[in-house]
Design a protein around this ligand. Structure first.
Ligand code: HPA
Length: 329
């Protein structure tokens, strides 16, 4: 058991969160409140009924709920409030900098325009910096099981606001939607000056990690735990200094592993791969970033090991070197 002093020490570690979907911070209470405020009909009327939907069997069963609840987000103020609620929690967990995914295609599909979404999220970031001293930025996330044409379209819509973005990423169903589908979208993103990250090896194979490196020029791999299945892929991540943004509680809740001890984090670290700890969709997976660090402490990671992972999260961020040094100092 992690005692109170360890819990406090882990939360006090300065850290960066690099794998966080802002829509995945939509707590069920806020979802119902926004549904009522915005006149959105959901199939569940009570909190208890909604909470019963959170027993996921796999990635897809989670995604079905995640996309359905996003329909309650309608105004720039909703996005601002969602962002602020996350930043308050993250700051309490020692997060000093967050690189945050958002899913514009889904919001466009719900009838919103890109400016409403981005203005709200950026206002939340501005207020979060002011109120909680936490910095951060946005990564435009492409939904990989929508048509590739939709990805191209949303990137062109976002192009005039590229300066408001840190990077581009991917999310949603992995198997059957290989990174190669998005090679030209990522070429365009690089032309716009965006950093490139990509999930691979969450439910998909180690070969998707290789594709994400070769074809998308991913600078970080999100999840990536299946890279450990292939020694050549593991070696490449180490040699090319490509960090992984791992999400232990997500992996357990989505049944990527049954027990956190089955995650190959130590194996990857010992092979020289930079591993970072993140919360992915904390409102859905049973805990924010602090709870993810605690979960690793519970399976035997020491304070010093977790302190090293927290420092690595800052190094693996896209912050300028001087800002990294300031946070690490
Ligand atoms: N995996 C894939 N897509 C996602 C996730 C995830 O854990 N969270 C939000 N979109």
């Amino acid at each position: 058991m992690v005692d109170e002093s360890m819990r406090a020490a882990l939360r006090a570690l300065p850290k960066a969160e690099l794998h966080l979907h802002i829509e995945g911070t939509l707590e069920p209470e806020l979802a119902l409140e926004l549904a009522e405020r915005n006149g959105v009909m959901l199939p569940w009327t009570s909190l208890d009924e909604l909470k019963r939907q959170y027993a996921f069997e796999n990635l897809q069963s989670f995604l079905d709920l995640y996309y359905q609840l996003m329909a309650v987000l309608k105004t720039a103020d909703d996005f601002r409030d969602l962002m602020l609620a996350y930043l308050k929690r993250a700051a309490a967990d020692g997060v000093r900098h967050a690189e945050i995914f958002f899913d514009p295609q889904v919001h466009l599909g719900n009838g919103l325009d890109l400016d409403t979404v981005m203005d709200g999220l950026l206002e939340g970031l501005r207020l979060g910096r002011e109120r909680y001293g936490i910095g951060g930025g946005l990564i435009l996330c492409i939904v990989r099981d929508l048509p590739v044409e939709s990805a191209r379209h949303v990137l062109e819509l976002a192009a005039p606001r590229a300066a408001d973005l840190i990077g581009i990423g991917l999310d949603s169903a992995e198997v059957g939607y290989p990174p190669s589908l998005f090679a030209d979208v990522f070429v365009r993103a690089r032309e716009l000056g965006l950093h490139c990250v990509a999930p691979a090896g969450e439910e998909g194979p180690a070969a998707y990690v290789t594709e994400a490196l070769d074809l998308l020029h991913a600078e970080r791999i999100d999840h990536g735990v299946h890279a450990a299945d292939d020694p050549a892929v593991t070696r490449r991540l180490a040699e090319e200094h490509i960090p992984l943004t791992c999400c232990p509680l997500s992996n357990r809740r989505l049944q990527v592993v049954h027990d956190l001890r089955d995650l190959p984090l130590r194996k990857l670290i010992e092979a020289g791969v930079t591993v970072t700890v993140n919360s992915d969709d904390p409102a859905y997976f049973g805990g924010y970033i602090g709870a993810n660090y605690e979960a690793l402490a519970e399976i035997g990671f020491t304070y010093d090991e977790l302190k090293a992972l927290a420092a690595d999260s800052i190094r693996a961020s896209f912050l300028p070197e001087a800002d990294k040094r300031a946070l690490l100092g």
